[in-house]
Design a binder for this molecule. Sequence first.
Ligand code: NAD
Length: 320
Amino acid sequence: MIIVPEKDIASLIGRAESLDAVEAVFAAMAAGDAWNFPVIREAIGHADALYGFKSGFDRKSLALGLKSGGYWPGNEARGLTNHQSTVLLFDADTGRPHALVGGNLLTALRTAAASAVSIKYLAPKGAKVLGMIGAGHQSAFQMRAAADVADFERVIGWNYHPEMISRLEETAAEIGLPFEQVSLERLGREADVIISITSAFAPSLLDEHVTGPTHIACMGTDTKGKQEVEAALVARARLFTDEVAQSVSIGECQHAIAQGLITQDDITEIGAVINGTHEGRGDAELTLFDGTGVGLQDLAVAARVVELAQERGVALEVDF
Ligand code: NAD
């Protein structure tokens, strides 16, 4: 069995490989070659922790396995990351364990890759202004990945906690783009592409805020009850997602579904656009990608990390 510890992930895989891996698995999902198994998520009644599994199988790449992990709110006080993830891959031919891979950085990379794939396929032509809602841990990964797939000239941002905005400012500076903190009204009016990555349970971006041809990637809502944008805005958009079952139950679309504004037939898997079986943006004014985060994304990037470790001769092998 191959082991790739968390500390080695950053030197093995970057944004480009993550984007390719996530794009390929979205395509396999839409073609019916890959599927996610039901998600398990439980409050374990210890350390205030939420723990669970996301798992699946990609018949095309033969990635089989699970991401195990969750949220330990007391970790920060111990100098550890609150979100903890580990990926376990199995040999699809024998069921034997294939690899154990640190999943913390991979989660951020695969989440940013998902919105970047949506921007690559759905952003309005000539998109110049990136609007960021959210300035937490994931936001920097999101901005960097978005800048890889579109020629943005500037970044504008809004955050519920204004004192956190410096993360967006610093990340924009790192990628060489000017940054301005703006109101949600300006953000909705001026941004060609909007990424929302917050842990909110009530909408920040309202239907009336968004005026022009825009692509919105809603990346924060991954649990029942969370919400980042108004349901009416969702209902006005041409809708895409990673997986329809998650979009309507734990994703941003859950609220528009519950209010009867849309049905699940209004939502298309982004893989269909990648595979060329759906036209994508077409003549739509507004597109919205509901990035709920599927286990297959984790398996895809973890499998790529294992390949890269093997190619570079740095894979740590144990007799298991
Ligand atoms: P974080 O705790 O570092 O940052 C949270 C962000 O949400 C901050 O910008 C904060 O200001 C904002 N926020 C908090 N309360 C808010 C409110 N009431 N209204 C508006 N904004 C508010 O979190 P993070 O690690 O950056 O993750 C952000 C979200 O992304 C989380 O909800 C997380 O579960 C989700 N996530 C999704 C995926 C996926 O695949 N879709 C993957 C990883 C994380």
